[in-house]
Design a protein around this ligand. Structure first.
Ligand code: SF4
Length: 465
């Protein structure tokens, strides 16, 4: 029985298609196989990588001069040819049986006569063949030269339809097929072909069996799974008492820790703004915060391609001098702010990371209140802490837990000892405590922030640049 969710009414196939076309482009193929070749290809291809099943198909047609020869071949030979294909030991006898069944039923191994049948008649005919279910039957009719108006539902497509809320989580291929076809009024055979391959691409790259990277998904704003997750998360965040016991890491600086109620909170978004000309110092300050919070875990640092030219490279030896282990720092270079935010949202769902730093110069459109809300929600999922490092920008509305303004301060030098990197820090936003202003220095040996006095001496670079 077809299950219809209220959600589905708001998210029809047209919306899905539009979004998937923007992401994966148009997919049209003119060069199509004959129906028997397509049926055999689909038979071999189930639960197997496309390239593997294609290799096996090519071996098969090179080895045998006709489909009759395949039907008459010893099963052991077919199995050897299908080696590498998933369940080849089952597929070899079943393929042979299917071809024999077509020959017995229709007089010869040829399905071109289905061109004269209606879709329902053709499906009916094919599903009577041994081993042929709705998926293979629909593929034979839609992908081949028959080009009939059917929709192919493989495991990727079914998973997306289920997660999306288009069908129930227990719907099988047949039920999902009925649900899609009942909503596909304006779509012709080529549209359905295209929709299948677009959904499959989504299932292979973003909504995979192992994980749903919803933050990168073009369907995220209309997907039931995504909406349910956000609702659950919101309920969790809104729960009384949730805010009473967050995990915090002490910075080492007594006053700052006191104002932060014990230290920097994990699993939230923190913002650090560099005062003009003090980008390197802010970089060093954020590195210190990230190292404190990430502890033994890795930190992912996301920056744009041009950042190294504008603001300097993140140098491993510089990091080492500051007491950071460069091995625990992963650097991701992206083309623009949107890519950086998308990558950050995905990375924040990885519990193997302790912190994610997103370095964003200027005030790109992509970085609005919604983007900041997304980062906050993503950070809360696995308690990975997000740091937004802003250069050449003014503070704006956001959901950040804390916001810092940083400039370099003079280090306290003694003879040839250049002293520790020092910062003048303003905590200008603190959602759960007071704001303040301090001179801090980063103790490279102990890897903690400590109190420093304002000092007018040589300024030591506070950054890893
Ligand atoms: S939003 Fe998430 S669950 Fe929904 S289709 Fe996209 S990746 Fe899958």
């Amino acid at each position: 029985m077809q299950v219809i969710f209220p959600f589905r009414q708001a998210a029809d196939l047209t919306s899905i298609r539009e979004r998937l076309t923007v992401r994966f482009g148009k997919i049209r193929v003119e060069d199509r196989p004959d129906p028997i070749s397509q049926l055999v290809g689909s038979f071999i291809g189930s639960r197997t990588y496309d390239w593997k099943s294609w290799d096996a198909f090519v071996r098969l047609v090179q080895r045998y001069p006709s489909w009759d020869a395949v039907a008459d071949a010893p099963v052991a030979d077919l199995e050897a040819i299908l080696e590498g294909v998933t369940f080849s030991e089952k597929k070899a006898p079943e393929l042979r049986q299917a071809l024999c069944s077509i020959r017995t039923r229709f007089g010869l191994i040829d399905l071109n006569f289905l061109a004269d049948h209606s879709v329902d008649q053709a499906l009916n005919c094919l599903e009577k063949i041994h081993g042929v279910g709705r998926k293979i039957a629909a593929a034979t009719l839609n992908f081949s030269v028959l080009r009939k108006r059917t929709f192919v539902i493989d495991t990727h497509v079914l998973r997306i339809l289920q997660r999306f809320g288009f069908v129930g989580m227990r719907a099988d291929t047949k039920a999902a097929y009925d649900a899609v076809m009942a909503s596909a009024d304006g779509l012709d055979a080529d549209d359905l072909f295209e929709l299948h391959w677009q959904m499959k691409s989504l299932g292979q790259t973003i909504c995979t069996h192992a994980q749903a990277l919803c933050a990168s998904c073009p369907l995220s704003d209309i997907c039931l799974h995504r909406v349910e997750n956000l609702t659950t998360l919101k309920a969790f965040l809104d729960k009384p008492g949730f805010e009473e016991a967050p995990i915090r890491t002490s910075l080492g600086h007594g006053d700052a820790d006191f104002y932060l109620k014990g230290g920097l909170q994990h699993g939230v978004l923190h913002e650090v703004f560099a005062r003009t000309g003090h980008e390197a110092s802010a970089t060093g300050f954020v590195a210190g915060l990230a190292v404190r919070v990430a502890a033994d875990k890795h930190t992912l640092w996301i920056r744009q391609d041009f950042s190294a030219h504008e603001f300097g490279e993140l140098s491993p030896s510089g990091l080492l001098e500051l007491g950071f282990d460069p091995v625990r720092m992963l650097l991701l270079s992206v083309a623009n702010a949107s890519d950086g935010l998308r990558a950050a949202n995905d990375a924040l769902s990885c519990a193997a990371l302790g912190a994610v730093v997103i370095e964003i110069p200027g005030s790109p459109k992509a970085l609005d209140l919604t983007a900041s809300r997304r980062l906050t929600l993503a950070a809360a999922q696995k308690s990975v802490t997000a740091f937004l490092l802003r250069f050449c920008a003014q503070p704006d509305a956001s959901t950040a837990e804390t916001r810092w303004l940083v400039r370099a301060a003079a280090s306290q030098t003694q003879n040839e000892d250049w002293g520790y990197p020092a910062f003048e820090v303003d905590l200008i936003r603190n959602r759960h405590g007071k704001t303040g202003n301090w001179f801090m220095e980063w103790n490279c040996d102990e890897r903690i922030f400590q109190n420093a006095t304002a000092y007018h001496g040589a300024v030591v670079s506070a950054s890893a640049n």
